[in-house]
Ligand binder design. Structure first.
Ligand code: N01
Length: 537
């Protein structure tokens, strides 16, 4: 092993996280960093998720980087919720504008990373057979990148074509004249269904769990709206940083149960009809995710809307979500999703009534019916929060495997580091607010914290940083306790790994709120990185 590693840092992934991490490390001056990216271009999740209807469902003006005033002033978003190609263009622009590409290796998957205790560095292996050493190993692999294709028997015999939304062909898919089956009604399926239905000869939506979806109310931005946002950016970002979810919304200080039913109904109606999107849940009453009765007021409002929109009462009832509180599965945002079921060429199959038994060469069979299909689309989500990192064989001190360590659920300190894995950082890892927040904001906070920590090591001539077992144990307990004080544990969501057979049920993100979490991270650093140990070679 060399005494000096080849690089200061290896970063895995060139999405929002990896791009900014590279930029920030370069800013530290003299640090060498390289990004490895499995895709053929930058963009991460926005490179892979090209499915029909893919668009952002946080508003563009805050679902974007804030670290560069010039960038946020010069980039112009077309709409409130831009489509995937526009977000990808934005990330490509960032890569060019900050001259990042020269340190990004595309089409290269990291397969293994092994910590070398003698050299205080990581040996990182890639699928092209190369190995490189780096002081720091930084995961920017994303929380939702390992596609989940359910193991339904018979898929290998299907004579049509099938796709997962998270690995969509770049040339697109022609649905015209085709019989299409769509499995999954999460945020993705709900975005895709209306677009596929408009093109296909026939669409059958296979639904396992009905979802509480709220209309996006998307619009193209006028020059005046854009100018106003640019003028207000300071305040928009300040509000986002001071909030629970990283959204710059004004949240009512009232419980949903404190106001009279007419006021509450009028609030929901205004949010549904005019605002749309996440404001319905994150910009209304503060206790919707904490109090079952409060939650039920919003849930029942949405159920009423579904019954109003969907003309066939039988179909409407199948689409009505029950049995879990609103927002405890990630809330989807849609454009004419429920209206899609009023189309002549769309059918809904309730998999709770008639489960899928197998895929057959000509389509799909449920317990009662054979469905002829030319194209099958899996909008079946991801092995979230852990899947994309655990695809890499990560070995820490003493050869310990991250897969083994996380077999009973992920353990981290602050969602950033793992005890036993020195000099490894995880951007928006499990145990951090990540997926419960506006992702770019959470990413920026992590990247800046990690860069500061690396700078601290450099300034003090240190070569090793590692979370202690005690700090990690304390944090894991805290993450669990906070989750248990909310309604989140009531749903079979990917937040708890319920979508992956055999995955241990653990609530993975940190639900204590972005602002308190950020303060906690700052406090840890200000106290000399309490909970971490340092070493020197
Ligand atoms: O995945 P999901 P997604 N048989 O896991 C069903 C982000 N996102 O790709 O609910 C039949 O949410 C499953 O059913 P059930 C966002 O964070 C962001 O939709 O488990 N059905 C569910 O209906 C989101 O949450 C944007 O019972 C099966 C669906 O497939 C995350 O990505 C846009 C099944 C999967 O839903 C993931 O969303 C879109 C099976 N064996 C997504 N297995 C933005 O705009 C699973 N399902 C930022």
């Amino acid at each position: 092993m060399p005494s000096t590693p080849d690089l200061d840092a290896v970063i895995v992934g060139a999405g929002f996280s990896g791009l900014y991490m590279l930029h920030r490390l370069r800013d530290l001056g003299g640090l060498s960093a390289r990004v490895y990216e499995a895709g053929g271009g930058v963009g991460g999740t926005w490179y892979w998720n090209r499915y029909p209807g893919a668009r952002c469902d946080s508003e563009s003006f805050y679902y974007s980087y804030s670290f560069s005033e010039e960038l946020q002033q010069e980039w112009v978003w077309s709409s409130k919720y831009p489509e995937q190609p526009e977000i990808l263009r934005y990330l490509e622009h960032v890569a060019d504008r900050f001259d990042l590409r020269r340190d990004i290796r595309l089409d290269t998957r990291v397969t293994a990373a092994v910590f070398d205790e003698d050299g205080d560095c990581w040996e990182v292996h890639t699928d092209d057979g190369e190995a490189v050493t780096a002081r720091y190993f930084i995961s920017a692999v994303g929380c939702l990148s390992a596609a989940n294709v359910p193991a339904i028997p018979g898929l290998d015999r299907f004579q049509g074509t099938w796709y997962h939304t998270g690995a969509w062909p770049h040339e697109g898919v022609d649905f015209s004249g085709r019989q299409v089956g769509l499995i999954g009604t999460g945020s993705t399926g709900i975005q895709a269904a209306p677009v596929i239905a408009a093109e296909a000869d026939h669409l059958t939506v296979f639904q396992r769990t009905p979802n509480y979806s709220v209309p996006a109310r998307n619009f193209f931005m006028t020059p005046a709206q854009t100018a106003q946002i640019k003028a207000d950016y300071g305040e928009i970002r300040r509000k986002a940083r001071a909030s629970w979810g990283g959204f710059p919304y004004d949240v009512s200080p009232h419980s949903a149960l404190e106001v009279d039913p007419e006021t509450r109904e009028a609030t929901y109606e205004q949010l549904w009809a005019e605002e749309g999107g996440f404001k319905f849940i994150y910009g209304s009453y503060w206790d919707l995710l904490r109090d079952e009765e409060a939650n039920e007021t919003a849930a029942e409002f949405i159920r009423g809307k579904i019954r109003q929109i969907v003309k066939d009462p039988g179909v409407a009832e199948r689409l009505v979500p029950r049995g879990y509180p609103y927002g405890t599965k990630r809330p989807p945002v849609d454009t004419h999703y429920f209206e899609t079921f009023n189309r002549e060429n769309v059918a809904l199959v309730d998999l709770r009534e008639t489960p899928i038994t197998e895929i057959i060469p000509t389509g799909l069979r449920t317990t009662t019916t054979e469905h002829d299909l030319d194209i099958l689309v899996f909008a079946t989500g991801f092995d979230a929060m852990t899947g994309s990192l655990l695809r890499i064989d990560v070995r820490g001190r003493g050869g310990r495997s991250l897969r083994d360590k996380w077999a009973s659920g992920p353990t981290t300190y602050l969602g950033i580091q793992v005890a036993g894995f020195p000099n490894m950082f995880v951007i928006t890892g499990p145990g951090s607010p990540s997926v419960l927040t506006n992702m770019p904001l959470a990413i920026e906070q992590h990247v800046e914290w990690i860069a500061d920590c690396i700078a601290f090591l450099g300034e003090h001539g240190l070569t090793r940083v590692e979370a202690t077992e005690e700090a990690e144990g304390m944090w894991v307990d805290h993450v669990r306790q906070v989750a248990e004080s909310t309604l989140f544990m009531r749903a079979d969501s990917w937040y708890v790994g319920a979508n992956i057979p055999g995955k241990k049920r653990v609530f993975m993100p940190y639900v204590g709120g972005f602002a308190p979490y950020r303060q906690r991270c700052e406090q840890v650093a200000a106290n000399g990185y309490e909970g971490f140990t340092f070493g020197r070679r």
